[in-house]
Design a protein around this ligand. Sequence first.
Ligand code: NAD
Length: 262
Amino acid sequence: MAVTPYPASDFPRQPAALVTGAASERGIGRATAHRLAREGWAVAVMDLDEAACEALAHELSQTHGVPALGLGVDISNEQQVIDALAQVDAELPQLVGVVNNAGISSPTPFTEVSTEEWKRVFDVNVHGTFFVTREAVKIFRRHSLGRIVNISSASAERGGGVYGRAAYSGSKAALLGFAKTWARELGEYGITANSVAPGSIDTDIMGGRLTDERKEVLLQELPVGRVGTVDDVAGAIHFLLGRDGGYLTGVTLDVNGGSHIH
Ligand SMILES: NC(=O)c1ccc[n+]([C@@H]2O[C@H](COP(=O)([O-])OP(=O)(O)OC[C@H]3O[C@@H](n4cnc5c(N)ncnc54)[C@H](O)[C@@H]3O)[C@@H](O)[C@H]2O)c1
């Protein structure tokens, strides 16, 4: 039986990826940007603080010798996203990957959450992801190649997380649905779309790093016997974006140490 040749030539020698929400010091986005740059990707990073993004881009190119671009963007602002993606397209090598990582949490119980908080969570996590992906897909279609990774959460799958409540879980569940639909709709353009659903990862999103007491409680539900790190998540994202990820689409990778098995 003839073996279909691996379409390596479809992948540019130096692809570029965009990582949103990459500025926070101990966050998943920054670790992902570093992991991709280490593997030779050109990287665009976006976050609210422009100076922090520019500093990170400088750090990426100094450390890994790749082109990098840092842009101050509020992803819930449609025009800012449109302008930023045009700049990425103009200034970096061919954009192949987008990592929808920027997000905000909402620890407020459903009966207490304000309309304002609810809307802000959806504005960033859902509408921001929509704006970024729509603009990225325009670029991907020109090249008939693209990889989308949405950073969802175990909270979306199990009904709330350690801190995330209905607004957060609902917004992160939307990302799972988007990725599956994009997988179906955009496959014909050479685009894959997947999600990564981290469990509790030791970052600052929950208002500071996990305390030792909190870690002890988490460990009781973790078959792998340790709390997750940003590098655990970055590795999964890199795999989905890369050359070897091309036959996965519409999947959710649960990077949760076994805390939620389904
Ligand atoms: N840490 C965890 O345990 C965990 C678990 C599951 C999912 N996640 C998800 O992983 C992603 C990264 O989380 P993290 O833990 O690294 O958190 P983090 O708070 O360290 O990073 C989130 C980043 O998003 C940025 N951001 C927020 N609103 C933005 C906006 N409107 N425009 C642009 N950037 C914006 C923040 O400035 C920050 O740098 C989030 O989407 C989060 O929901 C985290």
